[in-house]
Ligand binder design. Structure first.
Ligand code: 6CS
Length: 340
């Protein structure tokens, strides 16, 4: 069944309750997701809510808003920046708000080991790095954790193994310049489109191809209108779990430490969840369709890797010295984790 997003105005008004609770000392933290129920972000939010409620003896209640309840993707970011909600996930569309977050859109900068990548991204050396923190904090946000959700997998209606195969293919990317430049370098015609519009975009032929982690291809039904799934392991889908900066800074020490602790505990938890969800959904896709699955060879991947390297300069042009330091830091931390 086709799924579409829609703004439910009532839920925006419901946010009037915000973080201040009734007179009994309880609080509600509103948490906006970029994904629907059943997704990796939803699993994360549900577990976070359970742990927060448990550790505060019910004093804090986390209210979850799956994708579509707060409007489109950039509406979610606007609301957490303004403090209308307290917590949110931000991924590819966040590039317009936090340009440095496009670091996570660069291709071929991570290792092949997803768990290693997850750990590096949440290490003190990276997550607590001043440049990383300030790239969010300068935009009224505070990054609490980084959540990789699985490899970004291409789908199309034709076999894609080389840049020539991408010629004339209108591929939908999330809305950031890094991704557009990357897919242009690969020879495709990148087109930006809101998450909730992709299914109809594919069905109506406005776009020919798509990029998502497996679980999203399945839960949004995208695979039903595509013939090929191509694994290039060029990038992982990465979201940042973030809070409104002033709200985070204004939390009691007890609540702030508890939130940081819970987020740290969820690093390994959500890694296992995303691996399981992506495997299960892949079984659903292959069991339910005759989609052709392609895994690029090392040589085929190398061709795309070479084309992706100059796009790193685009990232540096857009984000200056801070972006360059962050890119170098991530490359170094991945390399030393690989060697260690
Ligand atoms: O492609 C997108 O727009 C969305 N995909 C996922 C898997 N999560 C949120 C993101 O906005």
């Amino acid at each position: 069944m086709q799924w579409r997003y829609g703004v439910i105005a009532a839920s925006l008004f419901a946010l009037a309750a915000c973080s201040d609770g009734p007179d009994d000392g309880t609080q509600t933290w509103d948490f906006g997701l970029e994904e629907i129920e059943g997704s990796v972000q939803h699993e994360y939010a549900v577990r976070l809510a359970e742990l927060v409620e448990e550790r505060t003896d019910g004093e804090v209640n986390v209210r979850i808003y799956p994708y579509g309840r707060l409007g489109g993707l950039t509406d979610i970011y606007d609301q957490v920046q303004d403090g209308a909600i307290q917590l949110a996930f931000g991924s590819g569309f966040l590039g317009g708000t936090v340009p440095e977050s496009q670091l996570f859109s660069l291709n071929f900068i991570l290792s092949e080991d997803e768990h290693l990548n997850t750990r590096v991204l949440n290490s003190n050396a990276f997550l607590k790095n001043e440049d990383f923190q300030n790239s969010f904090r300068d935009r009224d946000l505070h990054p609490i954790a980084v959540v990789p959700e699985g490899w970004q997998v291409w789908t199309a209606n034709k076999e894609i193994r080389t840049p020539d195969d991408f010629s004339g293919v209108a591929i939908r990317t999330m809305d950031n310049r890094l991704l557009r430049e990357t897919y242009q370098a690969y020879g495709a015609d990148p087109t930006t489109m809101e998450y909730g519009e992709i299914y109809s975009g594919l069905q109506l032929g406005q776009i020919d191809a798509n990029i998502q982690p497996v679980f999203a291809h399945e839960e949004m039904d995208f695979y039903q209108v595509q013939d090929y799934m191509i694994f290039a392991n060029q990038a992982q889908f990465i979201a940042t779990f973030m809070g409104n900066r002033d709200w985070y800074d204004g939390l009691s020490d007890e609540h702030r430490e508890m939130l940081d602790e819970v987020a740290a505990e969820l690093v390994d938890y959500i890694h296992e969840v995303q691996v399981r969800l992506n495997e299960e959904r892949m079984d659903t896709i292959t069991g339910d369709s005759d989609i052709q699955v392609i895994e690029l060879s090392a040589e085929e991947r190398d061709t795309f890797r070479e084309l992706s390297v100059p796009v790193r300069d685009v990232f540096v042009d857009m984000t200056g010295d801070r972006g360059e330091r962050l890119l170098n830091l991530l490359l170094e931390e991945i390399e030393s984790a690989r060697e260690g």
